[in-house]
Design a binder for this molecule. Structure first.
Ligand SMILES: Cc1ncc(COP(=O)(O)O)c(C=O)c1O
Length: 370
């Protein structure tokens, strides 16, 4: 089945008890044991598993072409659980999500992990950074916030040739546009707080595993012991979001294309980072591994920090806020959000392009840049 159909019909079996078409929301934290003490119905305690989460995980595995999936309380809880399952060396993206950088600095030494930051679009650099105990090449494509595109097929081949696995943070692309496991990756994580939820009203994180093997088992055990599990209600909201993901992504992409073209021709814009632009260095690889280019972009305003902040202060439709993937368009001075230690250029503004009319978005940016 095609993606749209899978996203609507997976984890969607009719409720046996009532015939309900929409999935029931089970809030129970505990489940009756069998007379012999067993759990033949599959559930005992909410932190280990619950029926709403199981439905979501079925859908997550199906839409990412994976054998198994796990839902977490947030994207960071999902990422941290993978790192906690490892020992040895990890190659991280030089321009990835900043909280992963903070996690590496503050927690990796305690977890027995070493790391190096590398530009993931430079295969020689990735090769050079790997050592005999490299367990994971971790990549984000397109990356946050510079929209760098990494070649997933090549990275998977490289990681595997050295006995490592490729983990991909696919939050920006979503499984509707890019399915890393089909390209050779071993694990895909998403912040479901973004496009999967889709309405800026739910927090969650997901991991899809190419194989239902030892890593999946270990990460599930970490989730159960550490408790970073998603609440049933959040699982229910994320599952609902997945149903309309493909349709929403089509409009996010269409609007983003129009906004990127407008910005690219604006005299006050130094550069637009959007892989959908033919001039973007990641365009050719993105075309091969994504079915469209997504709703995220960033651009640099001519001048510096003050000029970028002034432009962001003037928008009326774009809301000045962090996060992404909701129906409303957001504008963010990323360097301010990341704070001290940020490697993001000071004149960069990140845009999450929503589902408003594209002409309203363009007019809003036009007047903000005047
Ligand atoms: C690319 C990417 N990965 C992971 C995360 C972390 O997700 P969460 O905020 O749900 O913990 C984010 C959050 O912005 C992100 O942008």
């Amino acid at each position: 089945m095609r993606f749209e159909t899978t996203a609507i019909h997976s984890g969607a079996e009719i409720d046996q008890l009532t015939g309900a078409v929409a999935p029931p929301l089970h809030l129970s934290t505990t489940f009756e044991r069998d007379a012999d003490g067993g759990t033949a119905r599959g559930f005992s305690y909410v932190r280990d598993a619950n029926p709403t989460q199981t439905r979501l995980e079925e859908a997550l595995a199906a839409i990412d072409s994976a054998q198994a999936a796990l839902a977490f309380a947030s994207g960071m809880a999902a990422s941290a659980a993978i790192f906690q399952a490892l020992q040895g060396h990890v190659v991280l993206p030089a321009d990835g999500y900043y909280a992963v950088r903070a996690l590496a600095a503050d927690f990796f030494p305690r977890w027995g992990l070493r790391h190096d930051f590398v530009a993931m679009n430079d295969l020689d650099a990735v090769r050079g950074a790997m050592s005999d105990d490299t367990r994971v090449v971790w990549c984000e494509t397109p990356s946050n916030p510079l929209m760098t595109v990494a070649d997933l097929r090549a990275l998977a081949e490289l990681a595997h040739s050295r006995g490592a696995i490729l983990v991909v943070d696919g939050t920006f692309a979503t499984p509707a546009l890019q399915r890393p496991i089909e390209l050779g990756a071993d694990v895909v994580i998403h912040s479901a707080t973004k496009y999967m939820g889709g309405h800026s009203d739910v927090q969650g994180g997901t991991i899809a595993f190419k194989e239902r093997g030892e890593l999946h088992r270990h990460v599930e055990e970490i989730r159960s012991h550490m408790g970073g599990v998603a609440s049933p209600f959040n699982c229910w909201l994320i599952l609902r979001g997945i149903r309309s993901l493909a349709a929403r992504m089509r409009v996010h992409c269409e609007n983003a294309r129009a906004v990127a073209e407008f910005l690219a021709s604006h005299p006050r814009v130094e550069v637009v980072h959007y892989p959908g632009l033919r001039s973007d260095p990641g365009h050719e690889i993105a075309k091969k591994q994504m079915s469209d280019f997504g709703g995220m972009m960033s651009f640099r305003v001519r001048g510096g920090r003050a000029e970028a902040l002034a432009a962001a202060a003037k928008t009326k439709v774009f809301v000045r806020a962090t996060s992404l993937g909701g129906v409303e368009s957001l504008i963010e001075h990323r360097n301010s959000s990341e704070g001290p230690g940020s490697t993001t250029p000071e004149n960069l503004l990140r845009l999450s392009i929503g589902l408003e009319h594209k002409d309203d978005l363009i007019e809003d940016l036009k007047s903000a840049l005047e």
